[in-house]
Design a protein around this ligand. Structure first.
Ligand SMILES: [Zn+2]
Length: 284
């Protein structure tokens, strides 16, 4: 299981019921869980759209069918699981899918884990339960054996290919939002160049400085696509952390689509002009 496959499963509404997200940081795991929740519940064709009522509520933590559970005390006790269980079995309020994220799940007590497994055995329809823990080994084997595992690569410990443990790979992975295919392209291109381009582009937009854009026009559309994909990943992270600009992300997404037909220079000019009109704010 990897992020790309899981995202594809969400888009085609073929997700399983029970997942363990482990490795990486809790923030990465949460961001990806919310990303999936938005895809599952978004009503627009371009999912997630970040602006329909459902996407907005998920971003602000107010969606009645999306739950984030974390231990109230040092451990996640049965009382918390039972209270959650009640809400999960209640009829859906508005979302198509109920998505539950249980964080620091390695602090779950055994009775809590057993109560959780009861729900997993008879899940209500259209329910996705995600358990998030840094170390999956610390979860009860009964929990582990029932879930599909998604591993978030540790920074510096790429799982398969030789050389992935290099700092360059670590940086490429961060820039790609954990998408391995994109990370590989970024690594080939040079992560430092990507960071530099994004930094300069954001500064030119913030200063509304059209001339500063000139040195930023990539020759190849592939290169432009790489920069814009990494920029979109960055903006998406900022939106989920509630500091980002949704219109800016949508403009970047449209620019990416436009790259299929138009040349990169034109696409980036049009994108910059749109961002200028938005007041140059592409996040905080
Ligand atoms: Zn939406």
């Amino acid at each position: 299981m990897n992020k790309e496959l899981l995202e594809a499963a969400a888009r085609s509404e073929r997700m399983g019921h029970f997942y363990i997200f482990h490795g990486g940081s809790s923030r990465e795991r949460r961001e990806f869980a919310l990303h999936l929740a938005m895809i599952l519940n978004c009503r627009e064709t371009e999912k997630p759209c970040y602006r329909c009522p459902s996407c907005r509520k998920i971003q602000s933590g107010n969606h009645p069918d999306v739950f984030i559970l974390e231990p109230l005390k040092v451990s996640l006790g049965i009382e918390q699981i039972l209270a959650w269980q009640e809400t999960v079995y209640r009829k859906n309020y508005e979302g198509e899918y109920k998505v539950s994220l249980i964080e620091q799940a390695d602090t779950m007590t055994t009775p809590a884990a057993n109560a959780l497994l009861k729900v997993v055995e008879e899940p209500p329809g259209q329910t996705v339960i995600i358990i998030s823990a840094h170390n999956a080994e610390r979860l009860l084997p009964t929990v582990r054996s029932r879930a599909q595992l998604l591993y978030f690569p540790e920074l510096g410990y790429g799982p398969t290919q030789a050389g992935e443990a290099e700092p360059e790979w670590k940086e490429a992975l961060r820039l790609s939002g954990g998408m391995h295919a994109l990370a590989e392209e970024i690594k080939r291109h040079g992560p430092a160049k990507v960071v530099e381009w994004i930094g300069k582009f954001r500064r030119a937009v913030a200063d509304q400085d059209f001339v500063a854009l000139f040195p930023l026009f990539p020759v190849e559309n592939e290169e432009a696509s790489l920069y814009l994909q990494a920029l979109a990943v960055e903006l998406e992270k900022e939106i989920i952390r509630e500091g980002g600009s949704v219109p800016a992300l949508l403009a970047v997404r449209e620019a990416l689509a436009a790259l299929q037909q138009a040349n990169s220079r034109l696409v980036i000019e049009v994108l910059a002009l749109r961002l200028f009109q938005q007041g140059g704010k592409i996040g905080d």
